[in-house]
Design a protein around this ligand. Structure first.
Ligand code: AHR
Length: 550
């Protein structure tokens, strides 16, 4: 921009004065003055762009539960089959049928929990079809009507979790199953007693009981999960909560099975009424039923059916999508108010177990497979949502991005033996230090970034202290055209140094592909220190995470 401006001024002056005897003196002066003018303009810009952040490590907030970095893996498209499961006979390197490259990548994310088998799929899932040597080949009517081979079932899921080091979040079938079917599944999974189901589990290769940390009681029961009214669902919830249990008293001593009820899917009255109905009932619940979480689903989609392209878009679509994603904050606040009314002690977590960007399917892909690319825009979107969850850490104690591999806003894309890590993956990796860290307030003026009729905050930031006492800061520069100069003061403490990683790319729609996997990857960044303050220049459209030495 500056060189264009200089060029224009130059030619305008030329046109005004015309070539004359004084021209050479004039141009020599100009040659001297222009860089100075440009420098002054840049300096002005830099001053105007400076963002002061004050981090106060003496005022600690809630713990940022590691479970907000949870994943969601549904039997949908190539999310499970090809993405996780290739089978033991595949030439793709695997351990008992599970891809080694995917396991390696996910281990680095320290995935706390995986929600499975759906989604809408969960309310049509019958677990017995997916155990034992003879799997039942069925259909997946929700997602493309393709064959469901059931080769990835209970044991394969638990093995996968074991390989990546995550906990199980199992969604039980309320829509087309029964409390008995759900109860037997949990008995099969958890009992240590020599019941017939436990013996069957042992015969299928796992004598020891499995641990199930979280139980989802239905999925979107107001829609694909059975189109239930709040009252009808509530009666089901009470029954399932009573009978679908952890059958292993030993496990319950250290880790209960936390039960998550279906909650809202938006902010309109039908959703606030839903939250109201469940939470009101919870307030006076008796010993025979209980919940520990209320699920909320909120995709960044702008309009339905999803129409935004996941590649080849410009600044307008960047701004529109980010504006829409920031609605997450108000939505959480809205449902938190209702939850606070009936649960002021915040015993029930708000579990955002489906979130992320939902774009138009990639041209040529099966529309039922929800295939989309993942760009720098999604990295920024992920950081903004994680920041929102962290700010609501007293109520939001779990979240699951949709979905882990090859579906919607994925961490990983695969194509046969090839695998690529997405920009969203890198944000999750950069944010690992925030898992179970304690929220620390950051005071800053967000400033604003305007594009057309959209105005967004220019920067966003969160800070936290990890369990070892180290201070971490995450700053997102939303503004896609201007860097942000940030200056960080630590209230009452002089910062000594800071370093970490920053993620950006040439364009808002830059993506990683199998051929160019390193277009959007984090790079090291460190801060300058003067007078106990840290200064850093953040690239436009970037996500930065640093640790601060005091
Ligand atoms: O993530 C895709 C689908 O979106 C899930 O199956 C469903 O719960 C939601 O509507």
């Amino acid at each position: 921009m500056q060189s264009a401006f200089t060029h224009k001024s130059n030619s305008q002056l030329m046109a005004l004065k015309g070539p004359s005897i004084n021209a050479s003196i004039f141009f020599r002066a100009l040659l001297f003055l222009l860089p100075l003018m440009a420098l002054a303009a840049t300096a002005q810009l830099a001053v105007a762009q400076k963002v002061q952040l004050t981090v106060d490590p003496s005022r600690l907030g809630a713990k940022i539960d590691r479970n907000i970095f949870g994943q969601f893996a549904e039997h949908l498209g190539h999310g499970i089959y090809e993405g996780v499961w290739v089978g033991p006979d595949s030439p793709i390197p695997n351990t008992r049928g599970i891809r080694n490259d995917v396991v390696g990548a996910l281990k680095a994310l320290k995935v706390p929990n995986v929600r499975w088998p759906g989604g809408c799929f969960a309310d049509e899932y019958h677990w017995r079809k997916g155990i034992g040597p003879q799997r039942v080949i069925g259909l997946n009517p929700n997602w493309g009507g393709v064959l469901e081979p059931n080769t990835f079932g209970t044991h394969e899921f638990m093995d996968f979790l074991d390989q990546i080091g995550a906990e199980a979040y199992v969604s039980v079938n309320v829509g087309s199953g029964s409390p008995q079917e759900g109860a037997e599944w949990l008995e099969y999974l958890t009992t240590a007693q020599p019941t017939t189901l436990a013996k069957e589990r042992a015969a299928n290769g796992h004598p020891a009981p499995y641990k199930v940390a979280f139980l989802g009681i239905g999925n979107e029961s107001w829609d694909c999960g059975g189109n239930m009214t709040p009252d009808y669902y509530l009666s089901q919830l009470k029954i399932y909560s009573r009978f679908v249990r952890n059958y292993n008293p030993e496990q319950q001593k250290e880790h209960q099975l936390l039960k998550i009820a279906v909650g809202p899917g938006g902010g309109e009255p039908r959703w606030t009424e839903w939250t109201e109905a469940i939470m009101k009932a919870y307030q006076h619940h008796q010993w025979s039923w209980d919940i520990n979480g209320l699920s909320m689903h909120n995709y960044t989609v702008v309009k339905w059916p999803p129409a935004f392209a996941s590649t080849g878009f410009g600044e307008t679509e960047y701004a529109q999508i980010l504006k829409a994603t920031l609605d997450m904050d108000a939505l959480i606040a809205k449902h938190s108010v209702i939850m606070d009314t009936y649960d002021p002690q915040k015993k029930v977590s708000l579990v955002v177990d489906e979130w992320g960007a939902w774009y138009a399917p990639l041209p040529g892909s099966n529309p039922g497979f929800l295939v989309q690319q993942n760009s720098l825009r999604d990295a920024v979107l992920a950081a903004l949502n994680l920041n929102i969850f962290a700010r609501h850490a007293d109520r939001v104690r779990m979240a699951n991005i949709a979905q882990m591999i090859n579906v919607l806003q994925a961490m990983i894309l695969t194509d046969k033996e090839k695998m690529v890590l997405t920009p969203t993956y890198h944000v999750f990796k950069m944010y690992v230090p925030f898992q179970d860290a304690t929220f620390v307030p950051v005071v800053f003026d967000t400033g604003s970034y305007t594009h057309g009729d959209i105005t967004l905050p220019r920067v966003d930031a969160i800070a936290a202290k990890d369990p070892a006492g180290k201070l971490w800061l995450a700053v997102t520069n939303i503004e896609p055209n201007q860097p942000a100069e940030i200056e960080v003061s630590l209230a009452g403490v002089a910062a000594k140094s800071a370093a970490g990683e920053t993620l950006t790319a040439p364009k808002v729609d830059s993506v990683n592909t199998f051929d160019t996997p390193n277009m959007v990857v984090p790079k090291p960044i460190s801060a300058r220190v003067a007078g106990g303050k840290l200064s850093m220049k953040l690239e436009p459209k970037s996500v930065t995470v640093i640790s601060i030495e005091q």
